[in-house]
Design a protein around this ligand. Structure first.
Ligand SMILES: Cc1cc2nc3c(=O)[nH]c(=O)nc-3n(C[C@H](O)[C@H](O)[C@H](O)COP(=O)(O)OP(=O)(O)OC[C@H]3O[C@@H](n4cnc5c(N)ncnc54)[C@H](O)[C@@H]3O)c2cc1C
Length: 420
């Protein structure tokens, strides 16, 4: 843990007396905003520090955003329980009912359908800015939340009694718990001295929104090919969000293509599944790296969301895992305070409970992405044969398929109460 500022740290007694906030959440993205709102709803006094002021203005004329997330039922439940879901529906989201996964060399395929498990849908595709705006709307209206934007965290002092956050403007803030929700390049994780284990996929994801000649039929389509998977995620107005996975050397090439050449390349990558791509919007590209923090906790400090872990996005699980982290943390802290009001609810044994709850689930998802990658990424003949046998078998194994759908939709581990 670092503490290299010239200012002397406050003593534990001072911290306990002066702590202005029960919790300081650093990072107001989808996961940090969820944690801040849920903790405030459990009567914790919360300060949210976000480096950028998000654009909360909204119009249906707004072009579709580059970054979207496929939300599971567990995530939907969390956002509903927090009161943010109506704000999402009032803006823009799209329920998908089916998922088609197929393989380029054999055209073997698996089809998942919500109807098979008696569900209305398999999830919703939502723009990230919509999720953040709906959460911030609730945060801004909550009396137990203070939001500050524009200040950078430059140091942390973590003691056995509490935490002190030092800002770039020279101010220092006392709290009982710092929640690091500041994304994959988390500064708070570094300041807390938590190391990362990483794996570079040498791949990038090219993303954006496109319009296709044929209807997407409320279906998410994923094609596996030699370079990596290609996906269409169903959006409103027959738009589809694309995720095109390419070797990292092709990232600049894909970004530099003219709109016409890009539309042509996507039509080809999707094997014309939805006919010609007729219109393309803004696009972006992200190098793909798996990261996992070696610990999620330090004294009076905890990591959630991408600050703790990033996964390969091919199964759209990143923010879903982050929302489960936030919901599990809310449960853990609220239960600890309720069960022993006389004790410090942010003590190590409580934070360890949160860490044990979430770490295993996050590892399972990260590892299963590795399995997909191994199976599909390299175009070797043995794997080709294996895939062309496994996919049709999987397609016919209805009970297994239905179990898989339920697991992905609802979440795997013991679910936090907000997610149920
Ligand atoms: C191509 C791609 C596709 C994806 N698709 C899906 C999908 O379909 N489904 C899914 O579940 N996940 C998906 N993900 C993953 C998902 O986008 C991330 O898991 C999610 O954005 C993480 O949210 P977060 O709030 O933890 O972090 P972030 O979204 O990174 O938010 C961090 C916040 O902290 C702020 N911040 C950073 N540093 C500081 C600081 N020092 N002080 C104050 N504030 C700070 C930032 O401004 C930001 O607002 C995808 C990822 C990629 C790359």
């Amino acid at each position: 843990m670092t503490n290299n500022h010239s200012k002397a740290s406050s003593s534990p007694v001072e911290i306990a007396e002066k702590a202005g906030w029960d919790v300081i959440v650093v990072g107001g993205g989808m996961v940090g905003a969820t944690a801040a709102l849920g903790l405030a709803q459990q009567q914790f006094n919360v300060l949210l520090l976000e480096q950028y002021e998000p654009d909360l203005s909204w119009s249906t004329q707004q072009p579709y955003q580059v970054r979207v997330s496929a939300l599971t039922r567990a995530s939907e439940n969390i956002l509903k329980a927090l009161g943010a879901w109506p704000g999402i529906e009032a803006r823009r989201c799209h329920a998908f009912t089916d998922m088609h996964v197929w393989e380029s060399s054999s055209e073997a395929e698996v089809h998942f359908s919500a109807a098979d498990i008696h569900q209305a849908n398999l999830g919703h595709v939502v723009e990230n800015s919509v999720i953040q705006a709906a959460l911030w709307e609730q945060l801004l209206a909550h009396p137990s939340v203070t939001i500050r934007t524009g200040d950078e965290v430059v140091d942390l002092s973590l003691t056995s009694q509490g935490a002190e956050v030092f800002l770039s403007n020279g101010e220092s803030l006392l709290t009982q718990l710092v929640v690091g929700a500041d994304g994959a390049a988390s500064k708070t994780r570094q300041l807390a001295g938590i190391e990362l284990t990483t794996h570079d996929y040498h791949q990038c994801a090219v993303v954006g929104c496109v319009e296709t000649e044929l209807s997407h039929q409320n279906t998410c389509w994923q094609r596996y090919q030699a370079d990596g998977p290609f996906a269409f995620l169903a959006m409103p107005d027959n738009q589809s969000s694309i995720a095109w996975y390419l070797p990292i050397e092709k990232m600049q090439w894909a970004l530099a293509l003219s709109d016409e050449a890009f539309a042509e390349a996507i039509t080809e990558a999707s094997a014309n599944k939805l006919g010609q791509v007729i219109k393309v919007g803004e696009r972006g590209a992200f190098p793909l790296i798996r990261r996992h923090a070696n610990h999620y906790i330090q004294p009076h400090f905890v990591l959630i969301g991408d600050a703790a872990h990033t996964v390969h996005p091919q199964a759209g699980q990143g923010v879903n895992l982050g929302l489960l982290d936030a919901a599990a943390l809310i449960d853990t802290l609220a239960n600890a305070r309720q069960q022993a009001p006389e004790k410090d609810w942010s003590r190590r044994s409580v934070l360890r409970r949160y860490e044990r709850w979430r770490r295993g689930d996050n590892v399972i998802v990260q590892r299963s992405m590795e399995g997909f990658d191994w199976m599909f990424q390299q175009d070797q003949s043995v794997k080709n044969k294996l895939r062309s046998k496994i996919l049709p078998l999987a397609n016919q194994a209805t009970p297994i398929k239905n179990w898989l759908m339920s697991q992905v939709l609802k979440g795997r581990e013991v679910l936090p109460s907000l997610a149920q």
